[in-house]
Design a protein around this ligand. Sequence first.
Ligand SMILES: *Cc1c(COP(=O)(O)O)cnc(C)c1O
Length: 384
Amino acid sequence: MSDHDFVSGGKPIAIDRGEGPFLYSTDGTEYVDAGASFACTPLGHSHPAVVDAVKAQVSKVTFVDSSYPVQSREDAYAALVAATPDGLDQAWFCNSGTEANEAALKFARSATGESKIVAATRSFHGRTMGSLAATWKDEYKKPFEPLAGDVEFVPYGESEALADVVDDETAAVILEPIQGEGGINVPPAGYLETARELTDETGSALVFDEVQTGMGRTGSMWACENAGVTPDVLSTAKGLGNGLPVGAVAVRDWIADGAASHNATFSGGPVVSAAVHATVSTLVEEGWPDHADEIGDYLVDELEATLGDEVREIRGDGLLIGIELKRGANRVARDLAMDHRILALPAGRTVLRLLPPLVIGEDEADRVVDALTEIVVPDAETES
Ligand SMILES: *Cc1c(COP(=O)(O)O)cnc(C)c1O
């Protein structure tokens, strides 16, 4: 909306404030946030536990670099490592998802001494030169080439294709346990296990990018837990600080021990650390991943019952939901926002993506279902 912003692409809704699963525009209109914030607010907007923790920390000490022990950073590390699968006992904080994946790839290369990165078609890992090299879409890459090299792409979800390329020269296999940006693509059962077996055999690092799938969204704290597969490096960001800019990688000891020099000035700053500690502990203690599982099932059941044959497919897990439409997703997202005050996201040309805060209730879920029914099902309006 700003005259000076040449990147973001404005939407005609000026946001004034947020509370729980709702956003309010400057004219006081209430919107259900069904994905507007890209999964960055799992606990809902301006959650009191996070707000209070951040306020207290910002006035106590806003910043001191990570070579000085600070309680909020110690608490954030402890909470994150306790919340990640067993075996991922060390961690490093950064500022975003792309930076977490940059670190993941650098750590994997230095720990293995190899350079080849295996990534999947339709992947999204971020937009800095290294993460971008492992991202699929040419549109994001071409104008910026040459990017970091030695990346080989294989079709997502195909175990045999993975077996063909993962070898002794492979530093890392990087995968989203469910692809987000690429269209909410759920791999077939056994795919992540195969990736684990192949990387074990070749001594390569298995990197799971949980930037979008993590923080309770799929009904477990991390999507890899649903598949029972623990990677060597797990990257996270988006919801990690409930809206504050922070990312992290959690790693196995062999990765930490083999990691060459890497750091960032703002790594684990006291304020974002306070947000991480509050977010992770609230999510875990209050059982929000279980709620995501239940409400996600409810939402998908209702969507399937009412949208039926008017959509091609509804897929995902928990509150990471993709609806494959028979028409353009951009237009449906616009109608949802302008006519029904529901904010959702496209993921590709025909997939509508629902990523509401995990605190969404049945009432809000019903509002999403009713609105989509009116938009997608012919004559629905006259029936209701
Ligand atoms: C959003 C996203 C990223 C990039 O995160 P940024 O914080 O925007 O850099 C990386 N991987 C996945 C799976 C994402 O969804």
